[in-house]
Design a protein around this ligand. Structure first.
Ligand SMILES: Nc1nc2c(ncn2[C@@H]2O[C@H](COP(=O)(O)OP(=O)(O)OP(=O)(O)O)[C@@H](O)[C@H]2O)c(=O)[nH]1
Ligand SMILES: [Mg+2]
Length: 493
């Protein structure tokens, strides 16, 4: 199960999952999109999360969506296949022998005016898991095939309803945990990020075409070489790639959350801090050093930013094999952390272990707490290499707002938190943009030589960059790319 969506239901038997299309559906319903539709299958899935709720929805999409609905839905008035598009009707879902499964509302969406761009029937039944399951089973018996993860959205992409970046925004929106992340996803869904990629794509196609045109002329036929101007345009594209790349960190934060590791020596107050930040007792706190043995992870939203907060085993040399394993895990978390809160017992001298660990951490990502100052402070600020430093008495909780404020300041050094939420690139986009940037750097080097024989390889570098940008939005795609994007979705979306 992912994010509350439905994975392929285990409760359907193998026979139902692979039901062939019955002969009764050989005659497709006519609509304008079918000529271009990539798939003749009619798919179905539960679109809502399982569990008690007011309403659940089963979605059917494809050429035979309405024929399938004809077999399972009874109501006064015309059969589903005879109803107008963008209408709904109240009726009953029935088994083949007429047994009533539920009272439902049926929505009819005719191609291309639906999410997938295909004929779509959506059944809204009572919530909870049984009603929707029984209805889906019946719909599959009536000729639909169980949808694959993300297949509705994949069809929307293949039928030209959205590009790949917008399709990914659907997933971002489903997974959004904060207002800011949801707004950024909606911006992306509206095409604000796609437009920027499309502009780069078009600029490069234009440059490549102009260089190709040069190959048709001999050197002395050209009044003046356009290469310097073309090179400038490539540099401008690189700059715009750079500006898109600069949004990656915010994208990573909004999508995955910031991994914040609380570390320090044993018994310094790490777990006390973890509990105070969460507002409940998640970690065990005790005066015995070595209390926390394993990493403990919890989500926390701070000023609209999703954090993954990790409490860790205290760093110290120990003979205990369990504690050693815990310390190994602490170090591995530290390697992957986006930010650290390093806690030190300030009532004692700064230890060599603290010095060594702090030297390994990225200073600009580190907030150090000099804790237990109620017991005295033996450490000076200038001994600590960190972007943020606070004296705290975690035992009294009064400093917790100061800690949050100081940590947000640290985040703001790297993230434009005061700017309004905007569409930001993902890791997939980043990888393709970095490669495109390298392609363009190579092309520029070749163009710079002004040797005519370098033009053909320069064009092929620009074409490679064009393909990568095409892969971002899906202007150019292959099966593996689509699998990689849509396999992350849940069944029913
Ligand atoms: N006096 C004083 N005691 C504190 C303060 N903060 C935490 N403590 C106490 O220090 C002890 C250790 O606290 P923990 O939060 O368990 O420390 P830890 O760093 O998680 O310890 P390990 O899990 O063993 O590594 C507890 O008895 C806390 O109540 C503080 O500011 N002042
Ligand atoms: Mg602890």
């Amino acid at each position: 199960m992912r994010g509350g969506c439905q994975d392929a239901p285990q409760w359907l038997d193998a026979k139902t999952k692979s039901l062939p299309h019955p002969a009764v559906f050989q005659q497709n319903e006519t609509n304008s999109i079918m000529n271009t539709s990539y798939n003749e299958d009619t798919i179905a899935a539960i679109a809502t999360a399982p569990g008690e709720a007011g309403v659940a929805a089963v979605r059917i999409s494809g050429p035979n969506a309405f024929s399938v609905a004809d077999h399972v839905f009874v109501a006064k008035g015309p059969a589903p296949s005879q109803r107008k598009g963008q209408t709904f009707g109240f009726g009953k879902m029935v088994e083949a022998d007429g047994t009533i499964l539920d009272e439902v509302i049926l929505l009819i969406m005719r191609a291309p005016h639906s999410y997938t761009g295909e004929n779509t029937a959506e059944i809204q039944c009572h919530g909870g898991s049984m009603s929707s399951r029984r209805i889906l089973r019946r719909v599959l018996e009536a000729g639909a095939r169980l949808a694959e993860p993300g297949e509705f959205t994949k069809r929307a992409f293949l039928n030209g309803r959205m590009d790949l970046v917008q399709a990914e925004a659907v997933l971002d929106l489903i997974r959004a945990r904060t207002d800011r992340a949801a707004t950024a996803a909606v911006e992306q869904l509206e095409g604000n990020l796609s437009r920027r990629f499309d502009e780069l794509y078009k600029s490069l196609i234009q440059v490549a075409a102009e260089i190709e045109a040069m190959l048709d002329f001999s050197e002395h036929e050209l009044p003046e070489s356009p290469l310097p101007d073309l090179a400038k345009r490539l540099v401008a594209v690189q700059q715009r790639i750079g500006s898109l790349l600069s949004t990656w960190e915010e994208g990573h934060v909004l999508r995955e959350g910031v991994l914040v590791v609380i570390a320090g020596r044993a018994n310094v107050g790490k777990s006390t801090l973890m509990n105070a930040l969460l507002g409940h007792d998640r970690s065990i706190v005790s005066p015995i050093p070595g209390t926390t043995r394993d990493t403990i992870e919890e989500g926390l939203v701070l000023s609209g930013i999703p954090l993954k907060l990790v409490d860790t085993a205290g760093l110290r040399s120990t003979e205990c094999a369990i504690e050693q394993e815990g310390i190994k895990r602490t170090r591995s978390k530290l390697d992957r952390a986006d930010y650290y809160i390093y806690v030190i017992d300030a009532s004692k001298e700064l230890s060599e272990e603290d010095r060594e660990t702090l030297a390994e951490l990225k200073t600009d990502r580190c907030l150090v707490l000099l804790n237990k100052i109620d017991l005295g402070c033996h450490i000076k600020a200038n001994q600590i290499p960190a972007a943020g430093l606070l004296e705290t008495c975690l035992a009294q909780m009064t400093c917790i707002e100061d800690i949050k404020r100081e940590f947000l300041k640290l985040l703001e050094r790297n993230l434009p938190l005061d700017a309004p939420p905007h569409a930001v690139i993902s890791e997939r986009h980043r990888q393709l943009l970095v490669q495109a940037d390298q392609d363009l750097a190579e092309a520029l080097e070749m163009i710079g030589t002004t040797a005519e024989e370098q033009l053909v390889p320069a064009i092929s570098c620009i074409r490679a960059a064009i393909e990568r940008l095409g892969n971002v939005t899906g202007k150019e795609y292959h099966a593996e790319l689509l699998d990689a994007v849509f396999s992350k979705f849940c069944v029913g979306k």
